[in-house]
Write a protein that binds this ligand. Structure first.
Ligand code: NAP
Length: 307
């Protein structure tokens, strides 16, 4: 029997790539909270009754849960809102997945770590330094404590072409192309993760019936400042490099602290047989997708629902 997957948060960056990839092989129903009701079913994961009805309507075998309140500074200034989405909302989905016997793929973050001595493996002890990280750690505990089969994916700095161009690589490309200045921290270090490579890794892990916690990240560990320079090089925007201004993370005066010396190790993923791609391979793939095409067109094209 053909499997049915639901993607809670298909209108987001990760959810959009999951939708594009998995709808090629299985029946997939995606949800949005507010931004894309034209393409996805609207669902507020905080609403237990609606979540229960959604599961009864679709009877999924697989539940992808990328939905979250991901604005780290808003989580810090609106902790109750963050808790209600990132913890209580996750609990609602986890309970329904457990009741219906669906496999759950939950998305967590390197922000469960303090960024003192990264990069981190799956066995390192979490010690979050902001509300977002604390709530994602609580959500992880709910997933682990549930009876449902689950994969907890920890990832970081996810990038790729995106309809709303919010991720760092896409936004930096747009800024440099437009000749605008890009002010970026030189003291935040991590391992950028190519969205397309991440969904391929997830498909691989599902095929292996993997259960447990696993890091999915790219192979390069670098600062945001260096990352911006690599983006400029990859897209032939080297002349715009002087527009990339390094600064210290703390000088941005953001409400939430960031883990600085961070990044995720992918030894476990590799030992399972999946090789994550390098930053150059990922940027080359993004560039290939642009060649001979107008970026505006491409933004539409990445979304399979509009093909
Ligand atoms: N992007 C990264 O660099 C990164 C790094 C580490 C970990 N992660 C984790 O990966 C996951 C996906 O991240 P992302 O970047 O794809 O996030 P995103 O682009 O901000 O998307 C978030 C999704 O959650 C939905 N959502 C928000 N509030 C909701 C609610 N109350 N009920 C139901 N859905 C709700 C949004 O719907 P609308 O679009 O309608 O608002 C959207 O589809 C998150 O769990 C995040 O913690 C991401």
């Amino acid at each position: 029997m053909k499997k049915t997957a639901v993607i809670i948060g298909a209108s987001g960056l990760v959810g959009g790539y999951l939708f594009e990839y998995f709808s090629k092989s299985i029946d997939v129903v995606g949800t949005t909270f507010k931004k894309d009701p034209a393409n996805f079913e609207t669902l507020d994961m905080r609403n237990e009754e609606n979540v229960t009805k959604f599961f009864a309507d679709h009877k999924p075998n697989i539940v992808f849960l990328p939905a979250a309140m991901t604005h780290v500074d808003r989580c810090e200034t609106e902790p109750n809102e963050s808790y209600s989405i990132n913890v209580s909302g996750t609990k609602n989905i986890v309970e329904c997945a457990a009741r219906t016997g669906a496999k759950l793929v939950f998305f967590s973050t390197e922000y469960v770590f303090d960024g003192v001595s990264g990069p981190y493996s799956e066995t390192d002890s979490p010690n979050p330094i902001n509300i977002y990280g604390k709530h994602k750690m609580e959500a992880e505990k709910i997933v682990r404590g549930s009876a449902t089969d689950s994969i907890i994916i920890r990832t970081t700095w996810v990038f790729g072409w995106e309809k709303l161009a919010r991720n760092f690589a896409h936004a930096t490309y747009n800024k440099l192309k437009a000749g605008e200045e890009s002010r970026v921290p030189m003291d935040e270090i991590s391992t950028p993760t190519y969205s397309k490579n991440m969904v391929a890794a997830i498909d691989y892990l599902l095929g292996k019936d993997f259960e447990g916690t696993v890091n999915i990240a790219g192979t390069d560990r670098l600062s945001k400042y260096e990352w911006a320079q690599r983006i400029a090089n990859a897209f032939g925007l080297g002349d715009s490099k002087e527009k990339i201004k390094p600064l210290e993370s703390d000088s941005l005066g953001r409400p939430a602290k960031r883990p600085k010396n961070a990044g995720l190790l992918t030894g476990k993923l590799k030992s399972l047989g999946f090789e994550p791609c390098s930053l150059d391979e990922a940027l080359f793939d993004m560039k290939t997708a642009l060649v001979g095409k107008d970026l505006e067109l491409k933004r539409e094209y990445w979304n399979p629902r509009k093909d």
